[in-house]
Design a protein around this ligand. Structure first.
Ligand code: ADP
Ligand code: MG
Length: 264
């Protein structure tokens, strides 16, 4: 079937010269012997500096495994993972410290890095302004909505000042309206902070809404099954016709892989 111009599959071997994240023939298995699970198989991937890359695939296909390898939380069974400048990781669960205020949560990575107090105060104020929570600095997490908590988690991840931001289904637990707002926010922050983002989701529309490129992972074992450039102009809307059409194409691809992801 002919694909529209907007959605051009490109060969996985196409490499950018200024890659910030590089995976070379990465394999990851859990356990040993007959009960071993091959989670990732032969993943080669380059993420260009400043790129917004989305990874989609069915539940259990190895998305979190891949992000954890990039974050350095785990090591590949074989192959190499290279990240220039370090990566910060954000999960679906904001995992804030409930006994700390919003500003203390954001300050935490700065405190760990032993930055001077005045410097920290200024950076925390800047970060809270960036995620539009400056009026909530003294609140505690339980006083905030789900979307606000995720923005605190985002500010805390940004406080690590890593050039790479890894997001593991960060908006999966939010209602659609809050999620749409956070799509606008993360797009703005990505541009403003000049980040390289690797964003994992099982929601194909979300991937098309956000990504410069969408990579489709197959399940058991996780392999790169397809790769798409998304050339739709920004800002995009998740429910626009163009967005929905591209998402439908990719969802078809996922269905062809055997196990459907969440409906687009
Ligand atoms: P996804 O994030 O796409 O849902 P995961 O990366 O969490 O997928 O999991 C990929 C596969 O690896 C699954 O089969 C899962 O059960 C397995 N797996 C993940 N983490 C572990 C672990 N710590 N020990 C054993 N198996 C694991
Ligand atoms: Mg996961």
């Amino acid at each position: 079937m002919a694909l529209p111009l907007m959605l051009v599959p490109i060969p996985p071997s196409v490499a950018s010269s200024d890659a910030t994240v590089e995976l070379e023939d990465v394999t990851k298995s859990y356990g040993v012997g007959a009960t071993a699970t091959l989670a990732l198989d032969g993943i080669s991937l380059r993420v260009a500096t400043g790129e917004f890359l989305c990874l989609v695939g069915a539940s259990g296909c190895g998305k979190s495994t891949l992000l954890n390898l990039v974050a350095g939380l785990d090591r590949p069974t074989s192959g190499t993972v290279r990240v220039s400048g370090g990566a910060a990781l954000m999960f679906q669960d904001p995992a804030l410290f409930p006994w700390l205020t919003v500003e203390q949560n954001v300050d935490f990575p700065l405190l760990m890095r032993r930055l001077p107090k005045l410097d920290r105060r200024r950076r925390v104020a800047d970060l809270l302004e960036m995620v539009r929570l400056d009026d909530f600095a003294r609140r505690r997490p339980h006083e905030l909505s789900g979307g606000m908590r995720q923005r605190v988690a985002l500010a805390r991840a940004l406080a690590q000042e890593s050039p790479v931001l890894l997001m593991d289904e960060p908006f999966g637990a939010l209602d659609a309206m809050t999620r749409d707002l956070l799509h606008d926010e993360i797009e703005r922050v990505w541009r403003q902070a000049g980040l390289t983002v690797v964003f994992v989701t099982h929601n194909v529309r979300e991937a098309v809404r956000l990504g410069d490129r969408v990579i489709v992972l197959s399940s058991r074992p996780g392999r790169i099954a397809a790769e798409y450039h998304v050339d739709l102009p920004r800002p995009r809307h998740i429910d626009s016709t163009e967005n929905a059409e591209l998402a439908a194409e990719i969802t078809e691809q996922l269905r062809a892989l055997g196990r459907p992801a969440a409906p687009a």
